[in-house]
Design a protein around this ligand. Structure first.
Ligand code: ZN
Length: 195
């Protein structure tokens, strides 16, 4: 994700992608037509819902990170769980638990990235949000200032979750949006899952 440092919620009203006689066109209007072309070339590979590579990837929703391309994965290979920051929240644990217990994944890769929008946000975001809408969000913003530290925290959250079946193969990375390279982050001592 790449948001502005100051929450400007008026920007949530997207700029129209174009105009036509029926009014402003949305990018979403093009989805149906593009999907018809996609479906015309689509071949059912007969896969079931279990990821072929038995892996789940937790990554930031950042538009510059193409998880499958960056990791050499193909359709059907993995689960991809994405959110703002690629952070491990209760809902991430929910998805990972389903991934492991119902759909057979065993490995987990966590991916943050350089230039993440969450690096520039602070808890002021929530305060300003509450001031504007009058409601305090129930969720934590999960912003961070140190990428490596947050990857380590995410690994620790996964490794200490009682709900997961497999915690032996959990690794964390920072993706460089300029070079396309992944850099591995070493876990916190004592939380490797091998002990
Ligand atoms: Zn991000």
């Amino acid at each position: 994700m790449d948001m502005t440092a100051t929450p400007d919620l008026s920007r949530a009203q997207a700029v129209p992608a174009g105009e036509n006689s029926a009014g402003p066109a949305s990018i979403i209007d093009s989805f149906v037509a593009r999907n018809r072309a996609y479906a015309a070339a689509y071949r059912d590979g007969g896969m079931d819902a279990r990821p072929v590579q038995h892996v789940a990837v937790v990554a930031c929703m950042d538009a510059r990170l193409d998880v499958h391309a960056a990791l050499g994965l193909e359709l059907g290979d993995c689960h991809v769980i994405r959110n703002a920051g690629g952070v491990v929240t209760d809902d991430t644990i929910r998805s990972l638990t389903v991934s492991q217990r119902a759909l057979g994944t065993k490995s987990i890769a966590l991916i943050h990235h350089t230039g993440c929008g969450l690096l520039s946000l602070t808890e002021n975001f929530r305060v300003e949000l509450e001031d504007e809408v009058g409601i305090r969000p129930s969720w934590a913003l999960e912003s961070f200032t140190d990428l490596d530290q947050d990857v380590r925290q995410s690994m620790a959250r996964v490794r200490t979750s009682p709900f997961l079946l497999h915690r032996e193969d959990i690794r964390g990375f920072v993706f460089d949006v300029h070079t396309g390279l992944l850099r591995e982050v070493e876990p916190l001592e004592g939380t490797t899952g091998h002990s």
